[in-house]
Design a protein around this ligand. Structure first.
Ligand code: PHE
Length: 384
């Protein structure tokens, strides 16, 4: 804007000043008008920039001390009574003429480039379209696999009670998983009974109970969501991460159903070549319990990479990657929802829970979990 402010303005006739009139005769007025219009005609040769345009308009039309204002003062107001009528008419005509000329001159001299003119050669303003975060995308892929098997999606609160997170999932009173080392409790609840105390859920399993309280069997649900544990962040840990939980309850559900379902799901997720392996484990809410491994889809199960003997990192050279925890729903868990049709004598079920973040890391070949949560657009753009 400032670029012409100090430029010499020789083309602009600043010399014109409104004269005081002594003679108010028509002939003298004609002469004065003629001089004024001649001065105006000479002016707008090169109006460059917004500053000059404004200065030009102000000099002629400004309410305070513009040339037309001065004409009003020096010619009309100063005119003797008997000439007022005549002078008034001429001044009015002159005003209209000057205004028209000034506007015409401004229209002829459009603002220069880069100021208020529109430069159609400039690139447009781009508003980037967002994309699914790689974790949400992975979560949706897992959901899609199970949707095809007839599962529906259930959700529950991230701030959970001790009852749903632990007690109704058959955690014995002093089980180490209740320890504050793992769990983030909400402060200041000492006066509440333990089962009502609030915490950040440490897994999505409480939604098993919440759903069974609301819906009668048979049931097939998938539960995606955020969970929290008191783990300091590093390349493979985060105090907040994501799980997808599964629960199937019906009459005569067996461990064979569990294995067949999960084996199918892993082939759908990681490719039809992967194998699954189930190893005994422990969870308070399943019995028996297992950890499920898939054959490493990076090295094909050999533990080695490339043609040489480079160690395969994702499977730590074992050829197997741990993917989830699972098991048959413990009858003690059904006891908590027996009133809603879950009689452990009549029904059975299996459950599983997997870490979405880990699966996403494996799928995209990442070695640092923190990349997901730093919000760096350069990282996220790669998934658009
Ligand atoms: N909730 C368990 C965990 O977070 C996983 C799991 C879910 C295990 C369902 C068995 C059945 O580790």
């Amino acid at each position: 804007m400032k670029k012409n402010a100090n430029a010499p303005s020789e083309e602009i006739n600043l010399a014109y000043t409104v004269p005081k009139l002594k003679d108010f005769s028509p002939a003298a007025l004609d002469k004065a008008v003629e001089k004024l219009l001649a001065a105006l005609d000479k002016e707008p040769v090169a109006l460059t920039g917004e500053d000059q345009r404004k200065a030009f308009r102000d000099r002629w039309l400004a309410r305070k001390d513009g040339i037309l204002m001065q004409v009003n003062e020096l010619w009309l107001k100063a005119a003797p009574k008997e000439a007022k009528r005549e002078v008034g008419q001429r001044v009015n005509k002159l005003k209209a003429e000057v205004e028209a000329k000034v506007e015409a001159a401004l229209a002829m001299a459009p603002a220069t480039k880069g100021e208020s003119a529109i430069d159609i050669s400039l690139p447009g303003i781009r508003r980037p379209i967002g994309a699914e975060h790689p974790i949400i995308r992975t979560q949706n892929e897992i959901i899609a696999v199970f949707r095809n098997l007839g599962y529906s999606v259930a959700e529950g609160p991230v701030i959970e009670t001790d009852y749903y997170n632990f007690e109704a999932l058959n955690f014995p009173p002093n089980h180490p998983a209740r320890d504050t080392q793992d769990t983030l409790f909400i402060a200041g609840q000492e006066s509440k009974p333990r089962r009502e105390q609030l915490l950040l859920r440490t897994h999505t399993s409480p939604v098993q109970i919440r759903t069974m309280e609301k819906m009668k069997p048979p049931l097939r649900i998938l539960v995606p969501g955020k969970v929290h544990r008191n783990d300091p962040p590093d390349a493979s840990h985060s105090p907040m991460f994501h799980q997808v939980e599964g629960l199937a309850v019906d009459t005569k559900i067996t461990f064979g159903d569990l294995k067949g379902t999960l084996d199918h799901a892993m082939k759908a997720l990681f490719g039809s070549d992967v194998k699954t392996s189930f190893r005994p484990s422990f969870f308070p809410f399943t019995e028996p319990s297992a950890e499920m491994f898939v054959s490493c889809f990076v090295c094909g199960g050999s533990g080695k990479r490339g043609d040489g003997n480079a160690p395969c990192r994702p499977c730590k050279q074992t050829g197997w990657i741990e993917i989830l925890g699972c098991g048959m729903v413990d009858p003690n868990v059904f006891e908590f929802v027996k009133h809603n049709g879950y009689d452990p004598e009549k029904i059975s079920g299996f459950a599983f829970g997997m870490g979405v973040d880990r699966i996403a890391m494996l799928k995209y070949g990442l070695d640092d979990l923190q990349l997901f949560f730093q919000g760096d657009v350069r990282f996220l753009q790669q998934f658009v």
